[in-house]
Design a protein around this ligand. Structure first.
Ligand SMILES: [Zn+2]
Length: 309
């Protein structure tokens, strides 16, 4: 049973700040069958048409756009995850499972770094792309994977969920299953989710009288920030060891670049962000985003957590 203050209500959907779950989510929650159908058949088409998961779309676009997008991700997000995992895991820990691995780029990067990797990807199109890249992919949902391969429990030094948790119908049950895959005592979960309903978004939405552009139904069921994510992990007996964010895209709206209204401006803003991040030395960028996370500003949350010792 879910209950809480209604945050948004339109004729198509309602989002509540759920007292039971401790974070915002759609109410009612779409059924498992509806969502599975959506991912297996429609999701990648939606992404390709634009407006959804722009990082995946750019990675699937023409060669040059895909190449520069990948270069940026490898230099920033993937590099950061690798550095942070290496810092917080025991030496020689190099087994990774990426859940919802999409087009497999993060797995490919970690493989190049010498990690033994597998991916789980329920969408047919995504898993096909990964297999073509030579990656080991299981074309299942997490539940199907655990039921089919019970021997994979307690196997992984790290399990990553990049832009996944906002999509699942029960984050608590999902993370509880993820925990089973981790090596006892040392394993780390790496989670990236959008930082939604953040202060800048709310301020700009009211000021510019916009509809909440960060709401993506039906696929984004849950809307987290670092605090609600931390509470969810704590309820599973997990502690965050590192938390950070990334570029506050909302800054562009403050500068008058309305990327919500116009996808061309969206591409322009993205390119400016990429330029900024590639120019800035990694250490300065990491420190900057770590500080922004402490005041809940930044477009995504990136957290690393392990089971309380
Ligand atoms: Zn709830």
């Amino acid at each position: 049973m879910h209950k809480g203050k209604v945050v948004i209500k339109t004729d198509k959907y309602t989002i509540i700040d759920c007292e039971i779950c401790g974070f915002k989510h759609l109410d009612p929650i779409p059924t498992k069958e509806d969502m599975e159908k959506f991912y297996k058949r429609e999701y990648f088409d939606l992404v390709k048409k634009g407006g959804r998961a722009p990082e995946i779309r750019r990675l699937m676009n023409g060669e040059e756009e895909a190449r520069s997008e990948l270069k940026w991700l490898e230099s920033t997000l993937y590099n950061d995850i690798h550095v942070i995992l290496t810092k917080y895991l025991p030496k020689k820990a190099k087994e990774l499972c990426d859940i919802g691995c999409g087009t497999g780029n993060f797995l490919k990067y970690m493989s190049k770094k010498g990690w033994k990797c597998i991916g789980i990807e329920p969408s047919q199109e995504g898993s096909k792309i990964c297999t073509n890249l030579g990656l080991t992919i299981y074309p299942f949902t997490l539940k199907e994977f655990i039921d089919t391969y019970p021997n994979m429990k307690n196997t992984f030094d790290a399990v990553s969920l990049l832009d996944v948790l906002e999509h699942v119908s029960s984050p608590f049950d999902f993370l509880n299953d993820v925990k089973k895959l981790l090596k006892p005592h040392t394993g780390i979960i790496c989670i990236r989710v959008p930082n939604d309903f953040n202060k800048l978004q709310i301020y700009i939405q009211k000021k510019l009288r916009k509809t909440p552009w960060w709401v993506a139904v039906p696929e984004h069921i849950n809307y987290f920030n670092i605090t609600t994510l931390q509470k969810l992990l704590a309820s599973l007996g997990m502690d965050i060891v590192y938390k950070t964010t990334d570029f506050p895209m909302e800054f562009f709206l403050l500068m008058g670049y309305d990327y919500v209204k116009d996808s061309k401006i969206g591409s322009l803003c993205h390119n400016k962000r990429v330029k900024f991040e590639l120019f800035l030395p990694n250490v300065i960028r990491r420190n900057l985003y770590k500080v922004l996370a402490t005041i809940s500003i930044g477009r995504s949350c990136l957290v690393f957590a392990k089971v309380k010792s």
